[in-house]
Design a binder for this molecule. Structure first.
Ligand SMILES: NC(=O)C1=CN([C@@H]2O[C@H](COP(=O)(O)OP(=O)(O)OC[C@H]3O[C@@H](n4cnc5c(N)ncnc54)[C@H](O)[C@@H]3O)[C@@H](O)[C@H]2O)C=CC1
Ligand SMILES: CC(=O)C(=O)O
Ligand SMILES: [Mg+2]
Length: 441
């Protein structure tokens, strides 16, 4: 387990006297535990109970921290250690909700039979009416075959469901889109394409998620060609959009033109190849890339990138390095050169933690928690659906990246994902491009 990826909550009881919380936080800090939110659960005359969110390295590290707190004595106790992440997943994270409540028989007859039949006939006569009288145009299928779930690899679609439900939560909360996970028990491109084609009528767009490379490329390409609705593989293009935005902002901070910077990509899978293509489309003169897989390198060369045999060469020659390998701690501190920009984007564990990269001399460093496609895909789909786009184009993606740059506060690399402005701005920028494209058709 990489540093700081083990999340637990400590329920701590202390005597109700000033200074005790400080002793507890000091004990945690001395052992390099990372404290998140602190909530006061109860303030009694004699004792106070607080819940402290903690990120540590692993079970052993957690046990050390618990012992250190218990050793403070003077009435300070760890009452319980809870696993909030697991608790949050009990029963799943999503639920289909009705937009109307049935309070009377009359409501029942409007919502369901016999009233509903007239709406069915309206749609039968004019299928476009489905956009107004059903939720189809606001619903996105989140399709996975489970072959590249985060950086966990091919763990299957059911094990990947918590990620798909997570994407649906983000869709709902950030842009009001209903996301429906679709779990496929096949990775065969013919079968995936056929299946998605057969179900697409119930959706306004298709988000492909955590489908591994190289089959993800053929699947997306074919679906884009064969379906009349937007299709986007988030790990490719959502990630590329956000990586471009972060790179543009970092370059602005160090007063370098991205187009003139030497950029290197470690890992040429779904995310890495799309990032490389996006950077070249943006105007980066030479995009270097490496991957142990010969086919991945061939693909980079086909797109006009420069294949490099080792990641060491990338680290030695590039000002901006992006990594999407799924391999935790792949980049060693001694490989970092002073002033480099390092975007180590693998989840759940980065190729190098930003703290270590910065300590080793990087000018800017971020991981996949910060530079995450959550900043892109909700607004991209909102904009595409609002403007009734038939597909997602490069200009739409570039506009999304620039909107993320514009939504970034001074001194930050990317916006905060809970800042609603970023999703609104991305949606508006994408929508504008669609309208321009429609006018030029
Ligand atoms: N921060 C974000 O928003 C996102 C992060 N990611 C992360 O990126 C990682 C990769 O995801 P995908 O591209 O979808 O997977 P993928 O399986 O398509 O690609 C991974 C690539 O890394 C290569 N690789 C493995 N070890 C390597 C090494 N030592 N040096 C160079 N290349 C190496 C593999 O050969 C493969 O081509 C995952 O950890 C995922 O969580 C993916 C999408 C979004
Ligand atoms: C964020 C994301 O999509 C991934 O890590 O796969
Ligand atoms: Mg993903």
């Amino acid at each position: 387990m990489a540093q700081g990826q083990f999340l637990r909550n400590l329920i701590i009881e202390t005597p109700s006297k000033p200074g005790n919380l400080g002793k507890v936080t000091m004990a945690i800090g001395q052992l390099n535990g990372d404290i998140g939110d602190i909530q006061t659960i109860k303030v009694g005359t004699l004792s106070t109970i607080r819940e402290i969110a903690l990120q540590c390295n692993d079970q052993e590290h957690l046990a050390e921290i618990v012992v250190a707190i218990e050793n403070l004595k003077q009435g300070i106790k760890v009452q319980a250690v809870t696993d909030d992440v697991l608790q949050m997943h009990e029963g799943g994270k999503i639920h289909m909700k009705a937009t109307h409540e049935i309070r009377s028989l009359a409501d029942l007859r409007r919502v369901y039979t016999p009233g509903v039949a007239s709406v069915c006939k309206t749609i039968q006569e004019d299928p476009e009416q489905a956009n107004y009288f059903t939720g189809i145009s606001n619903t996105v299928a989140i399709v996975t075959d489970g072959t590249a779930i985060l950086g966990l690899g091919d763990i299957g679609p059911v094990a990947g469901m918590p990620v798909m439900e997570g994407k649906a939560v983000l869709f709902d909360q950030f842009v009001g889109i209903s996301g429906i996970p679709i779990l496929l028990d096949t990775s065969d491109p013919d079968e995936v394409v056929e299946t998605v084609k057969h179900i697409h009528q119930g959706f306004g767009a298709i988000l492909l998620e955590d489908i591994g490379s190289p089959h993800c490329f053929e699947i997306e390409e074919r679906l884009k060609k064969e379906l009349p609705i937007p299709v986007m593989h988030d790990d490719q293009h959502g990630t590329a959009v956000v990586a471009l935005a972060a790179a543009l902002t970092a370059c602005k901070h160090v007063r370098v033109e991205l187009a003139n910077a030497s950029v290197g990509q470690i890992g040429l899978g779904a995310a890495g190849l799309a990032i490389s293509r996006m950077f070249m489309a943006y105007g980066v003169a030479e995009m270097k890339g490496t991957d142990p897989n010969p086919h991945a390198k061939e693909m980079l060369a086909e797109y006009g990138g420069t294949v490099v045999e080792t990641m060491e060469e990338i680290m030695e020659t590039c000002d901006l390095v992006i990594a999407t390998t799924g391999v935790a701690n792949l980049i060693k501190p001694e490989m970092i050169r002073k002033g480099q920009i390092i975007l180590a984007l693998s989840n759940p564990n980065a190729e190098i933690s930003p703290e270590i990269a910065l300590e080793a001399g990087a000018a800017y460093a971020a991981d996949g928690r910060l530079v995450n496609n959550v900043l892109g895909f909700p607004g991209i789909f909102r904009g595409a659906l609002n403007a009734n786009a038939k597909s997602i184009s490069y200009p739409m993606l570039i506009a999304a990246a620039l909107a993320i740059v514009d939504s970034t506060k001074r001194d930050d690399l990317v916006p905060h994902p809970l800042d609603p402005n970023v999703h609104i701005n991305v949606a508006l920028a994408v929508e504008k491009v669609v309208y321009e494209e429609q006018e030029n058709e």
